[in-house]
Design a protein around this ligand. Structure first.
Ligand code: ZN
Length: 362
């Protein structure tokens, strides 16, 4: 057990061999900023990155609140965070794909690359996946070390504030692109951070009309601003009839982003026969679901979506960002210095903010 010295905004900066980091300091709620974490050294095929800007994810909220999932998975003591942009600061002795100074982000899903899926183009669902910031030290710190194979080189025309959130944007892009939305009607159930991103991604990818549902009226308004044709409060399910009447007996594509059992059932009712459902939202428990009506007799295609395809999703994100067609500025609502992490998390958890970023270094 290492000792932990809590720090405030007035505390001295870390030394030449130590750094500041936001750690899960105990098996309980909240995180703590410390300044005495050793600066990590990269192994032979690893890269050290000086972190500049990070994003707070819904997953970080679970870790902050220390819910059942977090308590069962996250080892106390680790540095949290998995969404970031920074610069390569040091490379291992056998590294061939990265150079010091390059602006980079990284894919958070790490695999040894030896299992069936990693070797057949599906590393995002590898059996041995570990995620930094969840299973081991992450990016809410001045430095992070990642395998060189996980590094993504950032296009110079992509702003840091977008570069810092490619992890969740990649979830949205992976979901939308898996379902082939071009010239199709699309229902997005759940417009939290990733659902809102999916609205602008689906619009950019050529969806015809986008319908959204949620139980949060301001988020529904924002979904419309980002390009949704109509947005409905899911607490009154009369919208299902309206949407079926406005489309060819239902939407072509359902993108399920809520994980709420009621929304999943509504969404499948609104999906036309032969449609495609891509499921990203995670239900908290087993769901009561009518397979006969919703899948079998409907003849629909159901896709489970996990992570980002390596590296197809990252190339798609790069090109969508460079196209100028993604509207992310209303989704990224706040930026704080990492020293104000408590206010940053409060802003995100209260719902006052949507995507909240923290600045780790200049
Ligand atoms: Zn995330």
């Amino acid at each position: 057990m290492t000792t932990i010295s809590p720090m405030t905004q007035d505390d001295p900066p870390a030394t030449e061999t130590t750094m500041r980091g936001l750690i899960k300091h105990h098996a309980g709620p909240e995180l703590q900023l410390v300044n005495d974490r050793p600066i990590p050294e990269p192994g032979p095929r690893e890269v050290r990155i000086k972190v500049k800007k990070v994003g707070i994810c819904g997953t970080d909220r679970h870790i902050w609140e220390w819910d059942e999932w977090a308590a069962g998975r996250v080892p106390p003591g680790i540095i949290t965070g998995h969404e970031f942009v920074g610069h390569v600061d040091k490379i291992g002795t056998a590294v061939t794909k990265c150079e010091i100074g390059q602006r980079v982000s990284a894919e958070g899903h790490m695999t040894a690359g030896v299992d069936y899926n990693s070797r057949t183009g599906n590393a995002h669902i590898a059996a041995d996946t570990k995620i930094f910031g969840i299973d081991c030290d992450g990016c809410f710190a001045e430095y992070i070390v990642v395998p060189e194979d996980n590094v993504w080189h950032m296009h110079p025309d992509i702003d840091d504030k977008y570069a810092a959130i490619l992890d969740p944007l990649g979830n949205a892009v992976h979901t939308v692109m898996s379902a082939d939305v071009s010239a199709k009607t699309v229902l997005i159930s759940g417009v939290g951070i990733i659902g809102l991103m999916a609205v602008t991604v689906a619009k950019a990818a050529g969806a015809s009309r986008i319908y959204c549902t949620d139980v949060n009226p301001p988020r529904l308004e924002l979904a419309k601003k980002l390009g949704a044709y109509a947005a409905y409060d899911a607490r009154d399910d009369s919208w299902v009839h309206d949407v079926r009447a406005q489309t060819h007996e239902g939407v072509d594509v359902l993108l399920e982003m809520s994980g709420a059992p009621a929304a999943m059932n509504q969404g499948f009712r609104a999906l036309r026969n032969g449609g495609t459902a891509a499921l990203l939202g995670l239900p908290a428990r087993t769901v009561d679901f009518d397979f006969n009506a919703h899948i079998i007799f409907k003849g629909c295609t159901v896709l489970g979506i996990n992570g980002r395809r390596m590296w197809e999703t990252w190339y798609q994100m790069e090109q969508l960002l460079l196209s100028g067609r993604l509207e992310l500025d209303d989704i990224i609502t706040h930026e704080f210095p990492m020293s104000e992490y408590q206010e940053a998390f409060r802003t995100m958890i209260s719902g006052d903010g949507i995507k909240v970023l923290m600045n780790v270094s200049d």
